[in-house]
Design a protein around this ligand. Structure first.
Ligand SMILES: [Fe+2]
Length: 293
């Protein structure tokens, strides 16, 4: 059974327990999620002007399109305002900011039947925990413009408790940061970087897709198997996502069950406390860094 909680008044502690059990949470837009979406729109609309961002793919050639994204995405990710608004959103959602650490929010784009590599890469079915995320990671996702069933994410709940053969054994986050990530802007048409992927056929149907208005928030465990639906909507999907952990969960090794992740290393060094943007204690991060790169 997978429960989808809508605008639940549940406490953050109880919500994380449910998320670690495979349930999903959906919230109506909050004050800060709307501000974050407005901020992303402002930046995207300036970057793609005079084109409306969801339609810009029909007006720009591949290289020019990727060049706009290469400027826009890091500008959004690294902007201090983005982090402030994420902290605001976490407060809106009842998280204890002194215990909550988040990774910078990503602005993602999924073009419709156009350019599938590097900065526009379409992710195959995966769990974030195949990419050195801690089992206590919680993911937050929201659309920036209207979405529909053909350009959102799909969840495959039967796999929450069931392992999938996958290549995460070859992945180490530290190594990826050192060698793989910088190559993303160089990849336009073909994806050649190695990423963890399923090594068996995934039964993708039936799946669960959540559609909210812009700024509506979907929360799920980093261990959920999910897929970016091939976008056939004719519009580029713009979304914002970020990950968070609660420090007590990290310290106590609480989280979803690990059914099939074999990656090494950890992303925990990327998480910043919502109150003051400091990192988790180095010894705690090191204790998760099983095979330092
Ligand atoms: Fe993901």
């Amino acid at each position: 059974m997978t429960v989808v909680y809508f605008d639940s008044p549940m406490s953050d502690d109880d919500r994380r327990r449910k998320l670690f059990g495979g349930d999903l949470f959906v919230y109506s837009p909050t004050r800060h999620s709307l501000e974050l979406v407005a901020f992303a729109r402002e930046m995207a609309e300036a970057a793609f002007a005079p084109h409306f961002p969801p339609d810009a793919q029909h007006h720009l050639a591949g290289r020019a399109y990727v060049d706009v994204l290469a400027g826009l995405k890091p500008a959004f990710i690294n902007h201090p305002r983005s982090k402030e608004l994420v902290a605001g959103m976490l407060a809106d959602l009842g998280a204890d900011l002194a215990q909550t650490y988040f990774d910078v929010p990503r602005l993602r784009t999924m073009t419709s039947e156009y350019l599938n590599a590097g900065l526009t890469l379409q992710f195959e079915s995966h769990r974030d925990t195949w990419f050195s995320a801690p089992m206590s990671q919680i993911n937050f996702w929201m659309p920036v413009y209207d979405v529909e069933e053909a350009n959102v994410m799909a969840f495959h709940p039967p796999y929450f408790a069931d392992g999938v053969r996958n290549s995460s054994r070859d992945y180490n986050y530290g190594e990826w940061v050192a060698h793989g990530r910088t190559a993303a802007a160089q990849q336009i048409d073909m994806e050649t970087r190695r990423q963890p992927e399923a090594e068996e056929e995934i039964r993708r149907e039936p799946d669960i897709r959540v559609i909210t208005p812009p700024g509506g928030i979907l929360i799920f465990s980093g261990a959920q198997l999910h897929t970016t639906v091939p976008n056939t909507s004719g519009k580029t999907r713009f979304s914002i996502d970020f990950r968070a952990v609660n420090r007590r969960d990290v310290e106590e090794r609480v989280g979803a069950a690990n059914v099939d992740s074999q990656c090494t290393g950890t992303t925990l060094g990327d998480f910043l406390r919502a109150t003051d943007l400091t990192q988790l204690p180095q010894e705690l991060i090191a204790s998760y860094d099983t095979v330092p790169a």
